[in-house]
Write a protein that binds this ligand. Structure first.
Ligand code: HEC
Ligand code: HEC
Ligand code: HEC
Ligand code: HEC
Ligand code: HEC
Length: 197
């Protein structure tokens, strides 16, 4: 199935002159936010909104800055050793801490491993968290509210902001993943050089 959809997509791209037909559907995110059920009722609205804790208090970006991280429970316990200890959510948090188990948060946003992705280049280019993750400070539960994890979502914004749109920006075109598709050799070459890398 994966291979088939790759081929279909490649053909679609090639047949339209490889000029990124995907981009047209690239900006306005369809709001179909279905939040996953998380192990704790942690609220961004409460912590980042009402209490105004900065995003970077909890989400640090270790070198080389590809990924943001989730906070460990020690950070939560700076407050919850004493605050809100009568609340069921905080009691659950304390149970995880006592048993030494990391909280098994369900990841909301993710891109496949064959996509070059880095938070760092975007934050350096001053793209706001909210452009890709929506108005987090108003969310009790985080849901995927943008199409940023799709190719159309990436390319749509790159077009708007005059960012790079060549295939090699986000893919190693020589990678097994793209080359293993049984495309005719000639087409592979076109893909390879399409953007004059
Ligand atoms: C700067 C202090 C602070 C930090 C850090 C903090 N919290 Fe809180 N949290 C609060 C306060 C204050 C409340 C509101 C408590 C109340 O309503 O009595 C709260 C509420 C909660 C609640 C809701 C309790 C309920 O059932 O209404 C949960 C769950 C929670 N926090 C989990 C966490 C987790 C998980 C972390 C770490 C990722 C964390 N908190 C980090 C201060 C903090
Ligand atoms: C007090 C700690 C805390 C603060 C402050 C905080 N976050 Fe979070 N964030 C978490 C925790 C814990 C999770 C995992 C649980 C969840 O998804 O709600 C999370 C998850 C997320 C996710 C989903 C990650 C994924 O794909 O699973 C995004 C996006 C996010 N935060 C963005 C933000 C932004 C933007 C801000 C600032 C406006 C912010 N966070 C502030 C603790 C925090
Ligand atoms: C240009 C879009 C974009 C911007 C800007 C952005 N993110 Fe993300 N974020 C993503 C994508 C895409 C993923 C999925 C990455 C993956 O699969 O590793 C992600 C994943 C995350 C995660 C889950 C952990 C991880 O790295 O996979 C957290 C937490 C997060 N982002 C928080 C933030 C915060 C906080 C900011 C602002 C300081 C921010 N993001 C800015 C697109 C963005
Ligand atoms: C909301 C806008 C936005 C979204 C969404 C977005 N980007 Fe970007 N991206 C940018 C901007 C702006 C730059 C910086 C361009 C520059 O500095 O010339 C950039 C740069 C990059 C670069 C560095 C290119 C280079 O040669 O330096 C890569 C790689 C990249 N983005 C991949 C992605 C991927 C993969 C996604 C989707 C998962 C994505 N981007 C989503 C705005 C966005
Ligand atoms: C700005 C980033 C970006 C650019 C530029 C880009 N892609 Fe993608 N591409 C992605 C992301 C993200 C995905 C994963 C989307 C998903 O899984 O839904 C993807 C997925 C794909 C897939 C699907 C693979 C599979 O197995 O599902 C193919 C094929 C592909 N891209 C080819 C191309 C080609 C050819 C170009 C140049 C015309 C290109 N991409 C340009 C970000 C990009």
């Amino acid at each position: 199935m994966k291979v088939v959809s790759s081929i279909v997509l490649l053909w679609a791209l090639l047949l339209t002159g490889a000029t990124l037909c995907v981009a047209q559907s690239g900006e306005a995110p369809p709001a179909s936010p279905e939040a996953p059920v998380q192990p704790l009722p942690f609220s961004h609205k409460k912590h980042a909104g009402d209490m105004k804790l900065p995003c970077t208090f909890c989400h640090v970006k270790p070198d080389p800055g590809v990924q943001m991280t989730l906070p460990g429970t020690a950070k939560c316990m700076r407050c919850h050793a004493t605050m809100g200890t009568d609340k069921p959510g905080v009691q659950k948090l304390t149970e995880f801490v006592k048993s030494g188990t990391p909280i098994p948060w369900v990841q909301v946003y993710s891109v496949p491993g064959f996509v070059y992705w880095s938070h760092d280049v975007h934050l350096t280019a001053k793209v706001e968290c909210a452009s890709c993750h929506g108005d987090v400070v108003k969310m009790d539960t985080i849901a995927k509210v943008t199409n940023v994890t799709t190719m159309g979502g990436c390319v749509g914004c790159h077009k708007q902001r005059e960012g790079p749109t060549g295939c090699m920006t986000c893919h190693e075109v020589n990678s097994a993943h793209l080359l293993m598709s049984p495309l005719p050799k000639k087409l592979r070459r076109i893909i390879h050089y399409a953007d004059g890398i």
